[in-house]
Design a protein around this ligand. Sequence first.
Ligand code: RAT
Ligand code: ZN
Length: 398
Amino acid sequence: MSTPVTDIHTHLYEPVFKDLLLWGIDELLTYHYLVAETFRYLDMPYEKFWQMSKIQQADLIWDTLFIQHSPISEACRGVLTTLQLLGLDVKKRDLPALRKYFKGQNVDGYITKCMELAGLKKIYMTNSPFDDLERPTWEKGFKRDSRFQACLRIDPLFLWQAEAAPKMAKMGYKVDAGAKPNQKFFDEIRRFLADWAKKMNPRYVMASIPPEYTFPDKTMSAQILEKAILPFCRESGLPLALMPGVRKLINPGLRLAGDGVGLSNLLTIQHLCAQFPDNKFLLTVLARENQHEACVLARKYRNLHLFGCWWFTNIPEIINEMTRMRLELIGLSITPQHSDARVLDQIIYKWNHSRRIIAQVLVDKYADIAKTGWHVTREEVQRDVKDLFGGAFERFCG
Ligand code: RAT
Ligand code: ZN
């Protein structure tokens, strides 16, 4: 299980993006997964928390989740695993000493160190042309860091959210849809996608969508998907990664931590795969209850590739269940995990925890077939593991 992994979805950035690349103990502690858990114990108004400095927030989360209670949730345990694998002594519970360690790190060397500890060979980013913080760096251009790979994220365009049109207009695209959008409008969106693909050289195009997202449909979003996004993906050979199931900001007071989950209408995915056999779709679904249906879809459509245990499913119990289900229903043509790390150091724990579970599932599966007398060689195991950790994904993407 020492096979190097391609981490196909994270929220990390190349160092050229400066402060957008988060790392260190205060970022680990203020991860939005931990913010949500902290508020379970606090009476404090949300706004008061957001007015605090990052260090004050981290102090409060540390005290609430690690000192006042035992840190057994997956996100809490993850902080401890990360610190331990970095060689730090967690039993001292000494936050100032931990801060001192991170102050001594240089970001470039630290990226390599974290990647080595996590066993990663490549980190895929999430890159949005609609993000005012990252866009200027792309527009300026820069020498790429070979440890990172861009992925083009287009939620506002995909859902045709209010902010998409003015932002695109500002970038010089004529996207006033009017009462009835014409071909020119869709072509302009294709031009936008092509321009950004040229700047970023992305591995795939991606969007997260609400549980109810429907296709085909009369909505503007469905038309943009059919007449701009899918043709663009076809002509550029880029897969479209869909991430259904998120209910955005069900508690706005929690900000980034305020999203929820709902059961997705996977008929949408079925329609897309069936109607557009020349498009490739990557899929990860947020609700546990959707996972079986997603596996069945992947058995039917070879232009569909399942990946990762996303967000609320990235806990040992569900990773175990999903990995077993996927291997038993589909075999090895899947990508069982991505990290979704938002803080660089998180790749250490996310991959350490997942790797152990995936290894155990594989041991059980090989043992089952061994009972029939079938012998699997070391090389065959290595081949299979390589497939799961990036090989099958690369082959699918082409
Ligand atoms: O897992 C997360 O950090 C979420 O906040 C989301 O960013 C999600 O992973 C996404 O890509 O939309
Ligand atoms: Zn994500």
